[in-house]
Design a protein around this ligand. Structure first.
Ligand SMILES: Nc1ncnc2c1ncn2[C@@H]1O[C@H](COP(=O)(O)OP(=O)(O)OP(=O)(O)O)[C@@H](O)[C@H]1O
Ligand SMILES: [Mg+2]
Length: 263
């Protein structure tokens, strides 16, 4: 479990990043973080990653205060994918990026086959020798997702992985998220894509004006439309459609199909 208490961060120019955020994130759950631009989502997860040191509050991971760990120590537990992939890519080929991530892994067995599996699973095999800057934004994001898969940490944090991603990439990301859920990983993802979240995420946290204004299940957030509107979002299409047609909330296409089968 990650227990975050009264977390606050302001930038050196005095700009508020986040203000007094507290939340408990259970292990093996999927949490989506949503909120308007500039509300503090990236600041919050950068504090979790250890890139920013919060001025107030604590982050306790499995009874250990991780504010005191270095980024390297923290990366044993937490894998992350930045909002802008270029901030994280620094090797000369895609394959080298994956190999570098795998080098930091505790278990060094079968590295060769793991490199191949990751390249395959991220559709990067035919691009392995290219410079990471010479592929599309979708592929750049998959390099980082591949690195996180390779590190095999228990917690994976992704900042807006779907933004700028094409349809094929989003489908592929969905498969990876479902795989991580089966592996009982804790997945934390910032996104504005409520349709993606409604299909794949159980829990949601809404940040607005630098504060957490809602935390709970995504379904409960959809039951009370004022919750989503406070975060400046509207109900996902599948939820709206199900409420209009059957007066019963569905947040996934599968639930919608099951509901109609019962007719
Ligand atoms: N490096 C920085 N220096 C100063 N202020 C910053 C910096 N980065 C972010 N901020 C400010 O902190 C606040 C929160 O920004 P943050 O990037 O966390 O928002 P966000 O919710 O991730 O937005 P977006 O949806 O646009 O990615 C904003 O007011 C922003 O202007
Ligand atoms: Mg952001």
């Amino acid at each position: 479990m990650i227990k975050i208490e009264h977390l606050s961060y302001h930038y050196s120019n005095g700009e508020q990043g986040i203000n007094d955020i507290s939340i408990e994130i259970n292990s093996s759950t999927s949490l989506a973080i949503i909120g308007p631009n500039g509300s503090g989502k990236s600041t919050f997860i950068k504090c979790l990653m250890g890139i920013l040191k919060p001025q107030r509050g604590s982050i306790i991971l499995n009874n250990q205060n991780i504010n005191k760990l270095s980024i390297t120590q923290r990366s044993q537990h937490i894998g992350f994918v930045f909002q802008d992939p270029k901030e994280q890519l620094f090797k000369s080929t895609i394959e080298q990026e994956i190999r570098f991530a795998l080098r930091k892994r505790k278990d060094q067995k079968d590295i060769e086959s793991q490199v191949e599996t990751i390249l395959e699973c991220c559709s990067l095999t035919s691009h392995r020798s290219k410079h990471p800057y010479d592929v599309s934004i979708t592929q750049q994001k998959f390099i980082l997702i591949g690195c996180a898969l390779g590190m095999n940490q228990d917690i994976i944090i992704m900042d807006e992985p779907t933004s700028g991603m094409d349809y094929k990439g989003i489908k592929q990301l969905a498969k990876i998220v479902e795989f991580l859920k089966k592996e009982k990983k804790t997945i934390i993802m910032v996104s504005h894509d409520l349709d993606f979240i409604s299909e794949h995420f159980e829990n949601v946290m809404i940040i607005n004006h630098h504060q957490c204004i809602y935390q709970g299940t995504f379904k409960d957030a959809c039951r009370d439309e004022t919750v989503l509107s406070q975060g400046e979002y509207k109900l996902p299409d599948i939820a709206r459609l199900s409420l209009m047609a059957k007066h019963q909330l569905c947040t996934t296409h599968q639930e919608w199909i099951e509901l109609w089968k019962k007719r």
